[in-house]
Design a binder for this molecule. Structure first.
Ligand code: F6P
Length: 370
């Protein structure tokens, strides 16, 4: 029997969301089902912005950044009454399954909306797809968009390294990631930066300043000709980047007596900001989005409910929290409420993965400096 599957994208967009929309739509249509696209996330759902989408609508979107369904952050959705209205809208449209593509906040919305204590025996099957450049969602190795964002950061860092090298300057490059240091940590390795500052390490402002100054002095001592220093800083580190720069310059002046008016020694700051969130998805994100879209639709049609599709979780899943997806051995279906509690632990630094992230670079600090 033909079913109706609704898809929405929510929260910060991420490159590869379109690949997931496309794959979910094409798999559903090929199997004789109807697909509805909900525009502007949960806000659009509350406003009834729902319409059919077919293979023609998703043709060619694979290579586009952003999301053809548009996205939004909806405060209204925190209200149980609004979520009740959202369930009514979906019921009016005859929806059998809802696929939500988004980050932590979007998956929280889906979990609340499908909570049996609130929704009763509401029959709509709910499946989440992790999509966020931050990679701050637990129990999945990667979310959609992380790889593209990392490639964008690395390209920017390569460019900055050229000019930093020409002038023998220090750059602090701030990258997105909200409260999570994943993007900063991985792009620091992939770009060959001299150091990385991330919130999980929980360093005091003084420790941050001292570590940058130590790096600058060590590089200057070791490399007479190329005195470039690139430090990648996650946006989640509480000290504002401009303040950090001023503190570093002051400390350096104090330590060396060098006058930054006369020399090229003043630190430069680049905040990459939303540049990191846009652009054509990498091949990997196109593939990951396609994988997730395929698995999500098949799971929904098989009656799975309150699950998130996951890709190669980095740690063992908690007992009974998930199973390998029948449609794709690289993917898992994980219990949504468990994903959210594990994500909370991750962001609060309480999970084994969080602890590993917090200490992983301690030992590497000297390696980065070589
Ligand atoms: O969650 C994705 C993200 O890009 C974060 O890295 C960043 O902190 C935030 O969204 C920015 O949000 P907005 O686009 O609403 O300014």
């Amino acid at each position: 029997m033909s079913k109706t599957i609704a898809i929405l994208t929510s929260g910060g967009d991420s490159p590869g969301m379109n690949a997931a929309i496309r794959a979910a739509t094409m798999v559903a249509v090929a199997k004789g089902h109807r697909v509805l696209g909900i525009r502007h996330g949960y806000r659009g759902l509350l406003d009834g912005k729902v319409g059919p989408i077919g293979a023609d609508d998703v043709n060619g979107i694979l290579r586009e950044g952003g999301t053809i369904l548009h996205s939004a952050r909806s405060r209204r959705f925190y209200d149980a009454e609004a979520r009740g209205h959202a369930r009514e809208v979906l019921t009016q449209y005859g929806v059998d399954a809802l696929i939500v593509i988004g980050g932590n906040g979007s998956l929280t919305g889906l979990t609340l909306m499908s909570n049996p204590d609130e929704a009763g025996d509401w029959p709509v099957r709910c499946i989440g797809i992790p999509a966020s450049i931050d990679n701050d969602i637990a129990l999945t190795g990667l979310a959609i968009g992380v790889d593209t964002a990392m490639n964008t950061i690395v390209e920017a860092c390569d460019r900055i390294a050229d000019t930093a090298s020409a002038h023998g300057r220090t750059f602090i490059i701030e990258v997105m990631g909200r409260d999570c240091g994943y993007l900063a940590m991985t792009s620091a390795i992939a770009s060959g930066a001299n150091m990385v500052l991330f919130p999980e390490a929980a360093r005091t402002e003084e420790e941050l300043v001292n570590s940058i100054v130590k790096t600058i002095l060590t590089v200057r001592e070791r490399h007479r000709e190329n005195q470039k220093v690139v430090a990648i800083k996650a946006e989640g580190v509480p000290t504002p980047t401009e303040r950090l720069k001023s503190l570093v310059d002051a400390k350096l002046f104090e330590a060396t007596g060098e006058d930054h008016e006369d020399e090229d020694v003043e630190t430069r700051v680049t905040v990459l900001g939303h540049v990191v969130r846009g652009g054509r998805p990498s091949a990997f994100d196109r593939l990951l989005g396609s994988r997730f879209g395929n698995v999500a639709v098949r799971a929904a049609l098989e009656g799975e409910h309150r699950k998130m599709v996951s890709w190669l979780p980095p740690m063992d899943l908690p007992e009974g929290a998930g199973t390998r997806a029948a449609a794709d051995p690289y993917c898992y279906l994980v219990d949504l409420p468990t994903v959210l509690s594990a994500t909370k632990q991750l962001l609060e630094g309480q999970s084994p993965l969080a602890r590993w992230r917090a200490t992983a670079f301690d030992d590497l600090e000297d390696v980065f400096l070589l």
